[in-house]
Design a protein around this ligand. Structure first.
Ligand code: ADP
Ligand code: MG
Length: 333
């Protein structure tokens, strides 16, 4: 009852807060952009670049949403509009029930910019503690959260080293930890894997998936197709500021009109029989062969194996022979 009174008095104090005042507010819609448009103008106010053109978008609670597009397609502009760092030329966006231009809502958002500007002479612990103070997090909670985040992003061994000694990958990790210091509900990641090697990329993708498992909503943008394909539930494809395609990754990538059948331990001798059976049912252009692994999986397997068994890798385990399809198939497991 006490809480009811206080929340309703808050609503009257803040009539602009849509979360309390808008009866249509749906807490499951974390971001809603309508007709969102950004035109950058030059110093004289003349029209320069239409970076984002009438974007309509909805991001739901608990999903990983990807903005995909080549350089200059308006991805970073979209993220900055959602944060209220830029003012839209047209349209609007509602983020966590508030107008995107209201920067107070950013307390509930984590943001990893394309490039993190961090204090080079602080170490990881000091950096996170500093940002924790900015959010007025009490000392005890801050201390725990700093250690949790350092562990999450895998920087335990380097936590007392100054950031000026950090590699690009380590800088990206501390950038992510910094974005999470306020335990945000919504996390906006601008090119999270930029400059990372395949191992760092895989770790970053796993961290993003972990955030979703914790119930967070993640919006990430990338020009790297594999990153988006691996982690995103839904994507929007932008090109020169226009939304070209939007949907679930699995349905966008589904090839209709083809059927795939998978089996383990099937002897080669059975292939012909299967071929004939499929032909009998009218199946055309039949292919029976071993699936291919991705180069990413092959590479990661080699690195992990090398950590366990340093030295030269035996040729039988590399699958390097053009016809050793079975070895390649093993890699995909
Ligand atoms: N501050 C700015 N002033 C003028 N033009 C800009 C500015 N920021 C970005 N742009 C232009 O807007 C377009 C979209 O940029 P951006 O959103 O950064 O794309 P992306 O993140 O997809 O690479 C590009 O043509 C870029 O040159
Ligand atoms: Mg960008």
């Amino acid at each position: 009852m006490v809480t009811e009174t206080s929340s309703s008095s808050q609503a009257t104090q803040n009539p602009g807060r849509l979360e309390q005042s808008n009866p249509d507010y749906d807490p499951n819609i974390v971001i809603e952009a309508q007709n969102l448009t950004k035109v950058y103008r030059d110093f004289w106010g003349r029209q320069k670049v239409r970076a984002l053109n009438a974007l309509d978008l909805e991001v739901r609670k608990g999903e990983i949403f990807g903005l995909l597009g080549p350089n200059g397609s308006g991805k970073s502009t979209t993220i900055k509009l959602l944060l209220g760092l830029l003012f839209p030329t047209g349209g609007r966006a509602i983020v966590l029930g508030e107008n995107a231009t209201d920067v107070a809502k950013n307390e509930r958002i984590g943001y990893l910019p394309e490039e993190s500007y961090l204090y080079k002479f602080l170490n990881a612990e000091e950096t996170l503690d500093f940002y924790g103070r900015l959010f007025d997090i009490p000392a005890k909670v801050r201390k725990e959260r700093v250690q949790e985040l350092i562990q999450l992003v895998g920087l335990e061994k380097a936590k007392r080293r100054q950031l000026r000694e950090y590699s690009k990958g380590m800088t990206r990790r501390i950038g992510l930890a910094q974005a999470l210091i306020n335990d945000p509900e919504l996390i906006l990641l601008d090119e999270p894997t930029s400059g990372l090697d395949p191992l760092g990329t895989r770790d970053m993708k796993d961290m993003i998936l972990k955030l979703r498992d914790q119930g967070k909503t993640v919006v990430m943008c990338s020009h790297l197709l594999a990153d988006v394909e691996d982690v995103c539930d839904r994507i929007a494809i932008l090109f020169q500021g226009d939304l070209k395609e939007m949907g679930r990754v699995d349905s966008l990538l589904k090839v209709s009109g083809e059927t795939q059948i998978k089996a383990e331990n099937l002897p080669e001798s059975a292939h012909e029989e299967i071929r004939q059976l499929i032909a009998k049912h009218g199946g055309q252009n039949i292919v029976v062969d071993n699936p291919r692994t991705t180069l990413e999986d092959l590479f990661l397997n080699i690195v992990r194996e090398s950590e366990e068994r340093p030295g030269m890798r035996s040729s039988s385990s590399t699958g390097g022979d053009a016809d050793s399809g079975t070895a390649a198939a093993d890699q995909s497991n």
